[in-house]
Design a protein around this ligand. Sequence first.
Ligand code: UGA
Length: 477
Amino acid sequence: MRIAVVGSGYVGLVAGACFAELGHQVVLVDNDERKLAELQRGECPIHEKFLPELLERHRGKSLDFTGDLADAVRRSQLIFIAVGTPPKDDGDADLSYVESVAQGIACAIDDYKVIVEKSTVPVYTNSWVRKIMLLNGAPAELFDVASNPEFLREGTAVADFLYPDRIVVGADSDRCADLLAEAYQPLVDGSYFKKPGAIPGPVTSPFKATLLRTSAKSAELIKHASNAFLAMKISFINAVASVCEAVGADVEQVREGIGTDSRIGRRFLSPGVGYGGSCFPKDLLAFRSVARENGCHFGLLDETVRVNEEQRNRFLRKVRKALWTLKGKKLGVLGLAFKNGTDDLRESPAVSIIKSLVKEGCSVTAYDPAAMDRAAEEFGPNTAVKFASGPYEALEGADACLVLTEWEDFAALDLARVKQLLHYPIVVDGRNLFKPALMEAAGLNYYSVGRPDVVGERAVTIKASLKAEAARQNEAA
Ligand code: UGA
């Protein structure tokens, strides 16, 4: 099929590269000249597993990049809109980019096309896109508008696209739904899975994706409701973690106990510093706003957001509990991205926690395996935040180590070395990356989420004896 994808952010770029991988002829449209030039040179602007391989495989063959929307529209049967829908001050999604793309498509349309909303948008966007197209002179018989939400997670977006739990085709006419469904045929009939050189997925047995046909409005709601439900699971376990802390229980045991109930499931029940990223925070606010505008009180969404915000404050209180006063303290921070596997800092709990700590007079040396360049831009020439070239360097001489992103590499750190490098043997872990017993054995004071603190005189005594030993060695030297 001939496909145009408008917007080459996370969603558009992954979708475009994956449609090319499925055998379609794809043109990616963006108005950012710098980004287009990068893509044309073969550079991958985001850290996303398998994306560089796909761009390399299809660039200049079945995947082109252009700034010319009208030309891309004329060349395509399906036009996916994947531009940004950032939140406005009141939480509503700003749909002005979607509107201007719809205007552009309307002016160029010359043959029957399906316009597909791929960006996360509130219910009714579909009808608005249709109205805008008509107002801009697009003949009604030359287009339909469908909603095809994506469920990609950053870091695993390519595999999520090629091995989805479901594909939602939201359309109000068969002609439109059939054309959109055809784009996913290699996933639905299982032929992609069998293709030599197929990107490996999380499945070993033959894979066929489930395709759900719904109305356009239902598809729009499915996206918001899915993200809200996942965020609610995270806030739920974070609230349970607070109760665990209050009563001396272990949230990891409680999580196992509830997650093994197949009706609840284990996934998205990891407690931590709260959810971040470009999707959950924005989508929760947008969904709440849709509910309100339509006269529905959805207090569960308010509470999900409140628990999430409180989780960052709880972490700050833990740092204070571990270190007493904060002014002048030197902190080694492991992790900056909003989660592992990505270099994305948008709404990252790590960034907001670091900013709060700096406000309190701390200085920070941070390390992240992927997000260092973006972090340097985010914090600018702020002298209170420095960056290290590795995790151990970040901890050298720090009064405490703070773990803020769940990178697997951090879990494999040599704890004896960590202890040796730290000024005080204190680790405050916002992601429960370590086993408390191992931290205790390593002589570290350890504060995590929803689990009893490991605070031993032992840790302090060992540190004191190490210092005394070092002093003796110095004297001897
Ligand atoms: C999320 C959804 O998972 C995707 O299905 C959806 O397509 C995407 O939003 C979107 O709307 O575009 P993403 O934002 O990439 O994907 O990240 P997640 O893996 O969902 O994680 C979101 C946040 O929740 C991260 O900060 C993560 O650390 C946190 N999290 C996740 C937890 O604190 N606990 C968990 O158990 C899981």
